[in-house]
Design a protein around this ligand. Structure first.
Ligand code: NAD
Ligand code: WQD
Length: 342
């Protein structure tokens, strides 16, 4: 029951390790610490009592990647989180994004084949849909043009895995299209702690409320939505974590309907930016210092998921709502700021 989690020190990887351990899996991690530290694994140990080994290797290095598989001949699955994820940076550094996100994936697939690790789960993204023409999006909603090189790495990653599993029948894969992950572990010992600056809405809200940022901007209130701000599908990171465990169990019990399957993972409901701000103010009792600004280039007006497939086939259902996302994110921001000051 040993699983290789790539990007295990990162935000979603570290939370997923907790859910895997709680469901009886052993875990090893590989993370080159380009956007994380091993403090997240210290937190995982405090929460679960399990010490997780991290290989501090770059997955673009095939020789080192092979070493992981040679030292762990009992792997039953791979969850491949490791990637660069800043949409904005990818526009300015496309080659860095293609190099890192695609070469790391190719090396993981080469090793999955050569070392016969059959079950693979890939971190894909709602960004593969681009500016979707129908809402909510189902797994069959046609892709539009990728809005950034980052999104293109996810479209290409999915295609590569589809071609790979089509011919290598001993390998099975699930492509998980995450919507907007947010929130933290309820213990406040673990949450989002990127080495690079966070630009996503929820950390921007909590960093503003705690005073790390003087104010924040709501990017546009003149869209054709119920309050004029953009709509997204925010999913609690622990619900997302559990979807990975459910996928592994699904593949291991041969319930999969194809060698490569796709699932949306979101709450299945959209919230506007202003609703997110209001939810934060309600649970925190804080008044957020925000202003309405102009639209952000590249933003889609609205996107949210249809998650019926994951519910029906994986037996997965989210347990947290927007208030729970904000409550845990806020608890984490306060704990993290306190730790930094000590
Ligand atoms: P993250 O940056 O917190 O975690 C990714 C981890 O991978 C980092 O710790 C980083 O150091 C590591 N990494 C990157 N390149 C590596 C390499 N070549 N070798 C070894 N380690 C490497 O990001 P996250 O939010 O946890 O995202 C995890 C995955 O989910 C990514 O693939 C991301 O694209 C995808 N995703 C994230 C979101 C989101 O909003 N957070 C949404 C959809 C999809
Ligand atoms: C959410 C909403 C902003 C910050 C990104 C990637 C996507 C996926 C998830 C990886 C938008 C608004 C934000 C702020 C704001 N990641 N906002 N003020 O852009 O929906 O999705 O993360 O795969 O691929 O594109 O997430 O959190 O940046 O923005 O008003 O300071 O919040 O305009 O409407 P996004 P986000």
């Amino acid at each position: 029951m040993k699983v290789l989690v790539t990007g295990g020190c990162g935000y979603i990887g570290s939370h997923t390790i907790i859910d895997l351990i709680e469901n009886g899996f052993d875990v090893i991690s590989v993370d080159n610490l380009s956007n994380a530290t091993e403090d997240s694994l210290v937190a995982v140990e405090k929460i679960t009592g399990k010490k997780i080994k991290n290989y501090r290797f770059d997955l673009c290095d095939l020789a080192n990647t092979k070493r992981i598989f040679e030292e762990n001949s009992d792997l039953i699955g791979i969850i491949h989180f490791a990637a660069l994820k800043s949409v904005g940076d990818s526009v300015y550094q496309p080659l860095r994004y293609f190099d890192n996100n695609l070469n790391s994936l190719l090396n993981i697939l080469k090793c999955a084949k050569d070392y016969q690790v059959s079950n693979i789960i890939f971190s894909s993204s709602c960004s593969v849909y681009g500016n979707a023409k129908e809402l909510p999006v189902t797994e069959n909603t046609p892709w539009q043009e990728a809005e950034s090189p980052y999104a293109r790495t996810k479209q290409m990653g999915e295609k590569i895995i589809q071609d790979f599993t089509h011919i290598n029948k001993q390998n099975k894969a699930i492509l998980l299209r995450y919507f907007n992950p947010a929130g933290a572990h309820d213990s406040a010992l673990l949450g989002e702690a990127p080495s690079n600056q966070a630009n996503n809405l929820v950390p921007v809200i909590t960093e503003t409320a705690i005073g790390k940022r003087a104010s924040m901007t709501v990017f546009g209130d003149d869209y054709d939505t119920r309050d004029g701000s953009c709509i997204r599908d925010y999913i609690h990171v622990m619900d997302l974590a559990n979807a990975h465990t459910k996928c592994l169990q699904y593949l291991m019990s041969d319930k999969n309907q194809a060698n490569c399957e796709v699932f949306n993972v979101g709450l299945g409901d959209g919230a506007t930016v202003l609703e997110a701000v209001q939810a934060f103010e309600k649970v925190s009792n804080e008044k957020l210092n925000y202003e309405i600004g102009s639209r952000r280039a590249g933003d889609v007006i609205a996107i949210y998921a249809n998650v019926e497939k994951a519910s029906k086939l994986l037996g997965w259902a989210p347990k947290h709502d927007m208030e729970s996302i904000m409550k845990t994110a806020w608890k984490w921001e306060k704990a993290r700021t306190k730790m930094a000051g000590e």
